[in-house]
Design a protein around this ligand. Sequence first.
Ligand code: SF4
Length: 427
Amino acid sequence: MAEHELKKVEFTKEMKKTHTIITPNMAPIHFELIKNVMESFGYKVDLLRTQGREIVDEGLKYVHNDTCYPALLSIGQMMHALHSGKYDLDKVALIMSQTGGGCRASNYIHLLRKALKQDGLDHIPVISLNISGLESNAGFKITLPMIRRALAALTYGDLLLLLKNQTKPYEVRKGQSDDLVQKWITELTDLFAQNKAFSQKESKVYYDKIAQSFAAIPIQKTNKIKVGIVGEIYVKYSPLANNNLEDFLYEQGCEVMVPGILGFMIFKVDNRLEDVNLYGGSIAKKNAMSLLKWYFTKYENDLISALKPYPQFTCPSPYSHLKELAGDVIGYGCKMGEGWLLTAEVMELIENGYENVVCAQPFGCLPNHIVGKGMIRKVKEKMPDANIVPIDYDPSATEVNQENRIKLMLAVAQENRDRKEEENKKS
Ligand code: SF4
């Protein structure tokens, strides 16, 4: 092996019994549920919930500051955990996703191995979480039942996030929506452990129970400014990366909408189909991907159906509609990073009354600068009410600066609302 090459340490079947898998946290609700899914398959998992500047500083020790911010943070969070003294360093493994696309996210895993080597910890196995066949491990297999459960967990995550965001700003008793999210995470965890609540038949029952429970929270509806959050997937969801963006917007008196992860999953599968449409490829691959897309879409349909009896909640549009929206302004071949889906999410939010949009991007993230910032003018031409602010996140960006830019966007939102109210009074 050449000196610059990094060794891959296998996660063996024996390690499944002895090792704790340390997992970075991207989306707090979703990942809590995914952790439970992994545990239901016999893995010991520790989901990192650490916060604060020290994670960034730790990341900067191992990852160059011009590397993608999500890589810097996840690696920083994992190295910080390894240095915490909490773990037996001979009984831990790390896990990291590898997208397999053309973006740098496929290479985060190598940066993590480099960081481990720098610290003499390269005996620690790093598991690649991918469905592209990039790396495999004897002790960690992504099976069909696991994919099924993970999909159900992601759908529950999307539903809980959506209902919490639409209830929390109006709740009479503060904290009730957050408490309900925790209650459902605990209840779903118990059900997962008993092999329940995964099948589509059972999930539908629980989606309805969840929607019912949020609808029962006493609220006082007021006229709040509605803000959507889009962006690079890690920065969009992770409070560590976006400096608690959702909380900040609540504190500013807004209602927030964050599009779910399920749409992104369908997008990733659909991209493989578009590859075949645009550049050619095997019919077998096309058929397999069509089947997978159909399967993923069933979960989306169930989520939308569960919300239909509750008109007080804004229901997300199906992926097929987002694709239609994007088709008017951007090509489907534009698919690195969040690709055309990011533009489509902006348009769908505006269509649903969330005309004010924060586009959260890692500084220097080329794909998202193109499909986010780069598309603002085109979106505004089609949707003149759009009030979009791109915000960069990186190790040196100051929170004050980010918040001031968002406050400026909110001031414009307020002006737009006042103007519309005036116009309505006159007409
Ligand atoms: S989407 Fe942006 S942040 Fe994510 S890997 Fe690609 S370049 Fe990096």
